[in-house]
Write a protein that binds this ligand. Structure first.
Ligand SMILES: [Zn+2]
Length: 347
C-alpha cells in the first residue's frame, strides 16, 4: 500500500508535470532556483519558482498565466482590482455621485483602491525583469500604497469621524494628511534605495512598518475619539463601533503578515507558490478595502457621518497634489537607483 509520503510525492510530480506542460504550451522559460537569480530578487524563505531576468517584456506579461513565485501575488490584487470596480459600479447605481456629497468620500476611496491594486498587480508581474526594474517598480508600488493610505484618510475623516474631532481639526486635516502621506512615500523609497540590496535586511521592513504605524495613527485620529465618547455615554454600546474595530484588526493583520514573512519562514521552500505571508497580506488588504466601503455605508445610513461636509474639489485637489508630489519624487529617486542595478540593466 502506498505510504502518505508517496502520495504527496505523486501529487508534487503531477503538479510539476502540469506546470511544465503549461509553460511549454505558452513557450515560457522554465522557472529557476533562487541561486540562479540575482540576490536582490530573493524573497526570504522562497527557494524556487523565480522567473529568469533579462527576458523580453512579452515574457513577463504572459507569465501572468505561468505558475511562479509571484503568480498568486499578481492574481490576488487583480481580483481585488476587479472587485473595486464592481463596488464602484454598485456605488454609482445606489447614489447620484454628481450631487450626493456623502458619496464622494466613497468614490475617492474606491479610486485609490483601484490605483493601489492595479499598481501592485503590475509591479509583481513585471519587477523581475532586472535588478534596476525591481527597484523602479517597487517605488511605483509605493505610489499605489500611499494612494490607498490617502483614501483611508478620506474615509476616516469624511465618512467615519467623530463629530467633535472633525470640527476641531477642521480644514487642517486634509493638507496635513496629504503631506504626511507624501513623506511616507519618500521614506519608503529611501529605505528601498538604502537597504533594498539585501532582501534579508530587517531594517527596511522596520522602517516600512514604522511609517505604516504613523500613517495608521493619522488615519485613526478622526474616528479614534468615537470610542472615548462611546465609553462616556450611557446609551452607546461598543458593539456599535464593531465596523471600525474589525477594520483595525484587519490593518494589524496586514502589518503582521507583511512584516513577518510567515508562514514561509517556518517551512522554507514549502510556500514558494502558495501560502506566502505576502499573499495573505494581499488577500486581507482587499478584504479590508471591501470592509472599509461597508463601514462608510453603515455610518452614512446610521447618520454618524451627517456632520461632515465633503468637498470634492478640495479632496481632488489634495489627491492631485499628492499624485504629483509622488510622481516628481519617483522621477528623482529613479536617478538614485544604485549603479550596480543600472549595470545589470545594460547587460
Ligand atoms: Zn505586494
Amino acid at each position: 500500500m502506498a505510504s502518505k509520503k508517496d502520495t504527496i510525492d505523486h501529487i508534487y510530480d503531477f503538479s510539476d508535470y502540469i506546470r511544465t506542460s503549461f509553460s511549454e504550451f505558452l513557450k515560457l522559460q522554465p522557472t529557476l532556483h533562487r541561486d540562479d537569480v540575482p540576490f536582490i530578487l530573493h524573497e526570504p524563505a522562497i527557494v524556487k519558482y523565480y522567473r529568469p531576468t533579462n527576458q523580453q517584456w512579452r515574457y513577463y506579461l504572459i507569465s501572468l498565466f505561468q505558475i511562479h513565485n509571484e503568480t498568486v501575488n499578481v492574481w490576488t490584487h487583480l481580483i481585488g482590482f476587479s472587485i473595486m470596480w464592481w463596488i464602484l459600479g454598485e456605488l454609482s447605481a445606489d447614489y447620484d455621485v454628481w450631487t450626493e456629497r456623502h458619496s464622494w468620500p466613497m468614490l475617492v476611496f474606491g479610486m485609490c483602491c483601484v490605483i493601489s491594486t492595479m499598481t501592485s498587480a503590475c509591479v509583481h508581474l513585471l519587477h523581475s525583469r532586472s535588478v534596476y526594474h525591481h527597484y523602479s517598480f517597487f517605488m511605483i508600488d509605493y505610489i499605489g500604497a500611499t494612494m490607498y493610505s490617502f483614501g483611508s484618510g478620506i474615509q476616516a475623516f469624511y465618512a467615519c469621524s467623530d463629530k467633535g474631532t472633525y470640527e476641531y481639526v477642521g480644514s487642517m486635516y486634509l493638507p496635513t494628511m496629504t503631506i504626511v502621506t507624501w513623506l511616507n512615500f519618500v521614506v519608503l523609497c529611501i529605505s528601498k534605495l538604502m537597504f533594498g540590496h539585501n532582501p534579508c535586511d530587517v531594517r527596511r521592513k522596520l522602517v516600512m512598518i514604522s511609517m505604516m504605524t504613523i500613517q495608521a495613527a493619522i488615519v485613526t485620529l478622526p474616528f479614534g475619539p468615537r470610542y472615548y465618547r462611546c465609553y462616556l455615554s450611557d446609551t452607546c454600546s461598543f458593539s456599535s463601533l464593531n465596523h471600525l474595530t474589525v477594520s483595525w484588526i484587519l490593518f494589524a493583520s496586514c502589518a503582521f503578515f507583511f512584516g513577518s514573512h510567515l508562514p514561509e519562514k517556518l517551512c522554507p521552500g514549502k510556500c514558494d507558490v502558495l501560502g506566502q505571508g505576502h499573499q495573505i497580506f494581499h488577500v486581507i488588504s482587499v478584504v479590508n478595502q471591501m470592509w472599509q466601503f461597508h463601514s462608510m455605508r453603515l455610518d452614512l445610513s446610521s447618520g454618524a457621518s451627517d456632520h461632515t461636509e465633503p468637498d470634492i474639489v478640495n479632496i481632488m485637489a489634495a489627491f492631485s497634489v499628492l499624485f504629483l508630489l509622488d510622481t516628481i519624487s519617483y522621477i528623482l529617486f529613479k536617478k538614485l537607483i544604485p549603479p550596480f542595478a543600472k549595470e545589470e540593466k545594460q547587460s
